[in-house]
Design a binder for this molecule. Structure first.
Ligand SMILES: *Cc1c(COP(=O)(O)O)cnc(C)c1O
Length: 409
């Protein structure tokens, strides 16, 4: 079995591991894919087996539906392969993967540091739920360095939360520097690694707990919501697993099955979307209407130096900042004129998206001013030539909107 070969010291490539991971022992009636195991009750052969199972809730034992079944465990194993961790907890959404680790390490009276460009619903969780529980949040400049982070940590700071690149503004964080400052003061480092997927190996860069919205590229087809929390030490596993179970977190085995199916093609989708995303990003960058393109893998773009140092690739989500002489309404006209790009929030699927973000993103530690009205672009698996022809039509609408506004002055 490929998995065993890896443990015997013969690592396979990423595509091979995504093709074979989580399949050991799952063949039924000779079919390639495993069945979906739906279940609440697990029957024990004897009373003694039931007693013995009580101590196994931190293992992939089959004891009760909420503890997970074969589909969950197969997906957990594959996510560990993607992120380089040792244990993984699957939860029902990416947002639950954000909240469980925060609740695992924070108690009343504690303090948490959160980057200013954090995923919006994570900010809302801190501002409402954590505040209600007597946990104080400080938002920090996403581009903080090691000394800056050290200065922000208080005696009661327990968690340094990170997300790189930042939501909507795509700043790349210096995770190793932040982790050094955090660990020197006994803080846990949590990271939302959804953009990086396997292009950023969190545990090699000082992260203790890695969060993924599997909803994005792992599922890859915009039809399932799932999250994962991956760790690399037994203590972190105990903290995460016990918190997830105590809160009753669970994911549907059907959804895990679909995520596993997504995994099989994810490496080729990621490679194709990385290339197409860069092509579209470069094309935007050369346009006179565009002030700058927020894509960490573009030479000269913000965060490109750190991206080159720490990442092995990029996904296909980036920002386009239009020149400030275009209004927000003109960018809406641009997006409305697109026919191949949907207007929608999630990403990582096979279809392209364009989402105006100006006015929708909240910042409190920094100004959040990107220099002009901004549209977030997700490049799917369509032909790049078709996407660019569509964008050209959109840019005509952008210009027409500005000309009409000028004429009516
Ligand atoms: C989408 C997303 C999430 C949340 O995932 P859901 O499955 O939609 O709850 C968390 N973090 C980031 C960076 C995301 O893009």
């Amino acid at each position: 079995m490929p998995d065993d070969a890896r443990h015997a010291g013969a690592p396979h490539g990423f595509r091979t591991r995504m093709s074979h991971g989580g399949r050991a022992g799952t063949k039924t009636h000779g079919f390639v894919n495993p069945p979906v195991h739906r279940g609440s009750t697990v029957l024990y052969p004897r009373c003694a087996d039931r007693i013995a199972s009580a101590s196994k809730r931190f293992d992939q034992a089959l004891t009760y539906g909420t503890q997970g079944g074969p589909n969950h465990h197969a997906l957990e194993d594959v996510i560990c392969e993607i992120e380089g961790g040792t244990r993984c907890q699957i939860v029902g959404t990416g947002l639950a993967a954000v909240t469980v680790p925060l609740l695992a390490y924070l108690s009343a009276g504690d303090h948490v540091l959160v980057p200013d460009s954090v995923y919006g619903p994570a900010r809302a969780f801190a501002d409402t739920q954590l505040t209600r529980m007597g946990i104080e949040t400080t938002y920090y400049d996403t581009c903080v360095d090691e000394a800056g982070m050290a200065a922000l940590i208080r005696p009661n700071t327990k968690v340094v939360y990170t997300e790189s690149p930042g939501s909507h503004s795509f700043e790349v964080q210096d995770i190793p520097a932040i982790a050094r400052a955090a660990h020197a003061r006994g803080c846990k480092v949590l990271m939302d690694n959804t953009w990086g997927i396997h292009h950023f190996q969190p545990f090699g860069h000082g992260v203790d707990v890695s969060i993924q919205a599997l909803t994005k590229y792992v599922v890859g087809h915009s039809d399932v919501l799932l999250g994962s929390i991956t760790v690399n030490s037994p203590d972190d596993w105990t903290a995460i697993r016990s918190t997830a179970l105590a809160h009753g977190h669970y994911a549907s085995p059907d959804d895990c099955w679909l995520a596993l199916r997504g995994v099989r093609t994810m490496p080729v989708r990621l490679a194709a979307q990385q290339e197409a995303g860069l092509e579209v990003a470069r094309w935007f960058a050369a346009r006179p209407e565009v002030l700058r393109v927020l894509h960490p893998a573009l030479p000269g773009a913000p965060g490109n130096e750190l991206w080159k140092r720490d990442f092995t690739g990029a996904c296909s989500l980036f920002g386009v900042v239009f020149r400030p002489d275009y209004s927000v309404e003109a960018t809406h006209a641009f997006v409305d004129a697109l026919s191949l790009f949907g207007i929608g929030a999630s990403w990582g699927g096979y279809e392209s998206l364009a989402l105006p973000t100006t006015g929708f993103i909240k910042r409190s530690a920094t100004s959040g001013d990107l220099g002009g009205p901004t549209v977030r672009i997700h490049v799917g698996l369509e032909d790049v030539a078709d996407l660019i022809a569509d964008i050209e039509r959109g840019l005509a609408a952008l210009a027409a909107h500005r000309d009409e506004a000028e004429a009516s002055k």
